[in-house]
Design a protein around this ligand. Structure first.
Ligand code: AVJ
Length: 371
């Protein structure tokens, strides 16, 4: 059980902070300023399982591991600083990047079906970001009469508090619980109670390799009671030309998003990546059914990373894998869910069959009573 320290901000927002994570520091002061201000924050609860001070430690660990591995690889979560978040937002509006529009179309058409199948009192959104898709689900759940609470779970505190603030303005009766955490590590800290619809949208599950996906889905299953449900958004396999174009847009926004991870490492770890020294490369890996996004050295170069006391040599043509984005078939989704303790209740696609949203319910007894 996690010891928790209640926190009250001057604005009246309440929060709890971990005190047991080895890499966590005191959460009672840093960051509470981001929720301070207007009384509209009454009703916002904030839990922190990741603190600003963890970020450098985790980034250093990932960069050291990734740049000394063969092949070289960086986890995609480090794209998303303020600039990366803005670039991703731009990506979702690109003509080539269809997934966001397709998923929104599905939720536009079927949010009420989803709410009817799972009339939850609590909507939990993993990797929530800021999306308007959340509102489609909240509206549908509110129409069923039982909605009381929204739990937003995201690694970025400022994204969460901004999203929480705007949701409370629109839904004054909604209890908004923001949880700052990494969904690969802190799932056991998801607020429990009530009937929960847990949404994991955008196709983000595709950024995990199959073994990690399986572990994630299993861990989530173990957190769920029999009336909870999972709403999963997944991109579908299609013409490789369209897949590649979605990650290699004509305006170069995805290239800038990809290279932004180097800017993050430069700033936060004192590295000297020359971002013009790396080309944006997109490859459809048909055998694994995933898109690979890479940064390819355009010339021989050495990069030093001061915080790691590390120098890394790149030969011209050397690749750094920055993201995989897996694409599914409907059968594959059903199989992977079944293998991890979930039964598909309903599955929807857009009319073009580009994207799928799947509603799944727990199918087996959890193996461990986890808290
Ligand atoms: C929304 C995180 C799943 O993999 O399509 C978009 C991220 N990367 N363009 C995806 C992304 C390049 C996106 N996710």
């Amino acid at each position: 059980m996690t010891p928790r320290t209640p926190v009250t901000t001057p604005a009246g927002a309440t929060g709890t902070a971990d005190t047991d994570d080895a890499d966590s520091t005191d959460g009672t002061s840093s960051g509470t300023g981001t929720v301070a201000g207007a009384t509209t924050f009454a009703g916002l609860t904030l839990d922190r399982h990741v603190h600003a001070s963890d970020r450098a430690v985790n980034l250093a660990r990932d960069v050291l591991g990734g740049l000394t591995a063969n092949p070289r690889e960086l986890p995609p979560k480090w794209f998303y600083d303020a600039t990366g978040g803005m670039l991703f937002d731009e990506i979702t509006r690109l003509p080539e990047y269809y997934p966001t529009r397709r998923e929104r179309a599905i939720l536009d058409d079927h949010a009420s079906d989803i709410a009817a199948a799972c009339p939850a009192d609590t909507l939990v959104e993993l990797g929530s970001g800021t999306s308007e898709k959340t509102r489609l689900l909240l509206d549908a759940l509110r129409a069923t009469g039982g909605l009381r609470k929204f739990v937003a779970f995201d690694v970025d505190e400022s994204t969460l508090t901004q999203a929480g603030r705007s949701l409370i303005a629109v839904y004054p009766d909604l209890a908004v619980h923001a949880v700052v955490g990494d969904f690969e590590r802190h799932l056991s800290h998801l607020p429990s109670g009530g009937r929960r619809l847990i949404a994991f949208l955008g196709g983000t599950i595709g950024n995990m390799r199959p073994a990690k996906r399986g572990a994630f889905l299993r861990a989530l299953r173990e957190q769920c009671g029999s009336t909870d449900a999972l709403l999963l958004g997944t991109d579908l396999v299609k013409d490789p030309d369209r897949l590649v174009a979605a990650y290699d847009d004509g305006a170069g926004v995805t290239a800038a998003f990809n290279r932004n991870v180097l800017t993050v490492i430069n700033r936060e770890l004192g590295a000297d990546f020359n971002i013009r020294g790396f080309a944006h490369v997109v490859h459809w890996n048909a055998a694994d059914a995933w898109i690979e996004m890479r940064l390819r050295a355009v010339r021989d170069q050495q990069v030093t990373i001061d915080s790691l006391a590390l120098a890394v040599d790149f030969q011209r043509g050397d690749d750094l894998l920055t993201e995989i984005s897996a694409k599914f078939t409907r059968d594959r989704i059903t199989t992977e869910l079944a293998d991890t303790g979930w039964a598909v209740a309903q599955q929807w696609t857009d009319p073009e069959g580009d994207f799928a949203v799947t509603l799944a319910t727990p199918s087996t007894t959890p193996t461990a009573a986890s808290v």
